[in-house]
Design a protein around this ligand. Structure first.
Ligand code: SAH
Length: 240
């Protein structure tokens, strides 16, 4: 199944900078995520947060406020913590893409994806509340993304997974032409270019090679192939 079956919430723990809360709301809204949970933010509500939300302030207005992480996730069936660092903990690490796949494959119910403080991340105690640890692959020497950027990357992968069905459906309607038909087109193209004096077989200048590269790159579908064949036939007709 290619959509996220579960009800996802984004949980920010102990956010220091209200701008990051606003930027998180914006990141979420662009990716169709609406459920924001805030655990002990340093400053909220905040004009800075609203400004940075840039039109996603409905998400801020509906944010669910909590004093500790436990209360923000108490009704969740799955909790995914996030970390910029590889920690010496026994839980399996997943990438944002693998996480989206898991959420698409299993209808786990309510899912929390939990993000830590700007300066210190999540505490070990908070990490222990999670089922999985999500880590965004990065440069090994510089692995800490801005909080809202991390939320953006994770929500982007969820969004892609949610819309995977749409993409597949579109692809299915297109019928690409067979190699046999492509060869017929190249023969026709060469014949036509010779007839109008554009292509000199004695001085080919790798013209057909370039034409093949061009049209192979385009990956012609049936209707495009028909248009091109009709176009060549018309040129030949006028030439005669
Ligand atoms: N110095 C902190 C960095 C915190 S960055 C630490 O060592 O943990 C703030 C939050 O952004 C992190 O708690 C995490 O939720 C998220 N984040 C940043 N970079 C990340 C990455 N590479 N993978 C997963 N989450 C990341």
């Amino acid at each position: 199944m290619n959509s996220i079956n579960s009800n996802v919430r984004i949980v920010l723990v102990g956010t220091t900078h209200p701008g990051n809360v606003g930027a998180t709301a914006r990141a979420m809204k662009t990716m169709s995520q609406n459920n924001l949970y805030l655990v002990n933010p340093k400053e909220f509500p905040s004009a800075v947060a609203s400004a940075r939300a840039a039109g996603a302030d409905d998400i801020l207005a509906n944010a669910s406020m909590h004093d500790d992480l436990k209360s923000a996730i108490s009704d969740c069936q799955m909790v995914i913590t996030t970390s910029a660092r590889t920690r010496s903990i026994p839980w399996p690490m997943v990438s944002p893409r693998a996480c989206a796949e898991i959420l698409a494959d299993f209808n786990v119910g309510n899912v929390a994806i939990v993000f830590g403080r700007e300066n210190s991340g999540l505490s070990n105690e908070e990490m222990e509340l999670g089922n999985l640890v999500l880590q965004i692959p990065t440069n090994a020497d510089y692995s800490s993304l801005n909080l809202a950027s991390a939320v953006q990357v994770v929500c982007y992968e969820l969004f892609l997974k949610c819309h995977a069905d749409d993409g597949d459906a579109k692809d299915e309607k297109v019928t690409y032409v067979s190699q046999e038909k492509i060869e017929m087109f190249y023969e026709h193209l060469e014949e036509c270019m010779i007839e109008i004096g554009y292509h000199d077989v004695n001085y080919p200048r790798r013209l057909m090679h370039r034409m093949r590269r061009l049209f192979n790159r385009a990956l012609l579908d049936e209707s495009e192939w028909k248009i091109l064949r009709g176009f060549l036939a018309k040129i030949q007709e006028k030439q005669k």
